[in-house]
Design a protein around this ligand. Structure first.
Ligand code: MG
Length: 159
């Protein structure tokens, strides 16, 4: 069986705003996330995990932050491109696992909606998508509430 694994990691800092986009879900919050696109740290890590499994570079190469056409882009566009490349290469996504690292917002109440959103974007079943969360015990930049980090794994199987 031809299986490929990829990992992805991303960080975005909190900035001015009144909501966050996380895994394609809009969460009301006292701050926003800073970034060139919609700063959806979860979808960015997942996108990089898929590109990584394909050994096709990273999200910054496919969608350069210096390119104004990606300003404010909804990040499902990036993940959909990675999924498109997966199909083009003769693979399908077997499962993805995402860990969001932050003190706030609390992810638990929204995890189910995030799983559904990711499953919809990738076009896989809910039981192929995991969205988890942890804090960093108040240590480091996530612990100080300066932003959100995300870590993702994707497994691809040749069709
Ligand atoms: Mg990013």
């Amino acid at each position: 069986m031809d299986i490929r694994l990829g990992n992805g990691f991303d960080v975005h800092a909190f900035g001015p705003g009144d909501h966050l986009m996380l895994c394609g879900v809009k969460l009301p919050f006292e701050q926003g996330l800073s970034g060139h696109s919609d700063a959806d740290v979860g979808l960015h890590a997942l996108t990089d995990a898929v590109f990584g499994a394909l050994a096709e570079g990273d999200i910054g190469q496919w969608f350069p932050p210096s390119d104004p056409q990606w300003r404010g882009t909804a990040s499902h566009v990036f993940l959909e491109k990675a999924v498109e490349r997966t199909s083009a290469r003769g693979y399908r996504i077997s499962n993805v696992d995402l860990t969001l690292i932050c003190e706030l917002p609390k992810i638990g109440p929204h995890a189910a909606a995030m799983r559904e959103s990711v499953a919809r974007i990738i076009a896989i079943d809910l039981d192929q998508v995991s969205v988890k969360a942890t804090t960093s015990e108040r240590l480091g930049f996530t612990g100080r509430g300066e932003g959100i980090a995300a870590l993702a794994t994707a497994a691809l199987i040749r069709e």
